[in-house]
Write a protein that binds this ligand. Structure first.
Ligand code: ZN
Length: 166
């Protein structure tokens, strides 16, 4: 690995700039965003580390073509305005993450027993606190939905009842 590639890989946390997957050193390569053939510099500003296979595909294409290729692949990419639409940016998140959140909040609620939050708002605040206020309002709503659909809680007129397994 060249010094330049080593540095880029370090900066990117060992992940491909484009697909965000960890890449082994043997699969990493330096991609010049503006191709050297098109006058692009060999400076850090113009270079990213990425999978060799993608680098070969991007080759000497123009930056515009490269952007199009990248955008065509990124299903989860959303512009800021898209966030106000009904579909939340987390709709594509993996089942694993959702289950992890669900079991984390269930475990926390069991620990709080019998001092459980009795209203929807109190429960929302509890969930917010458990996840260190990193969730959006939509995330919290989806966790509430899942707690309900999995039978862990029932909500009627803002009051929450718990059916937490021991
Ligand atoms: Zn990649």
């Amino acid at each position: 690995m060249t010094k330049q590639l080593e540095k880029l890989m370090f900066v990117q946390g060992g992940r491909c700039f484009f697909c965000d997957q960890r890449i082994p050193a043997t699969e990493a390569s330096v991609e010049h965003l503006i191709a050297r053939a098109n006058g692009g510099a060999n400076s850090e500003d113009n270079c990213v580390a990425c999978c060799k296979s993608l680098n070969a595909l991007l080759a000497n294409k123009s930056l515009k073509e490269k952007l199009r290729i990248v955008l065509n692949q990124r299903g989860q990419f959303k512009c800021p305005a898209c966030y106000s639409s009904k579909e939340t940016p987390y709709s594509t998140e993996s089942n694993g993450l959702r289950l992890e959140r669900l079991s984390r909040i269930s475990a926390d609620l069991k620990n709080r027993h019998p001092a459980l939050p009795r209203t929807v708002n109190a429960l929302r605040n509890t969930i917010d606190a458990v996840f260190q206020k990193k969730l959006t309002a939509e995330d919290i709503s989806s966790i509430l939905d899942e707690l309900q659909s999995s039978g862990r809680i029932t909500i009627s007129e803002n009051k929450v009842e718990y059916q937490l397994a021991p």
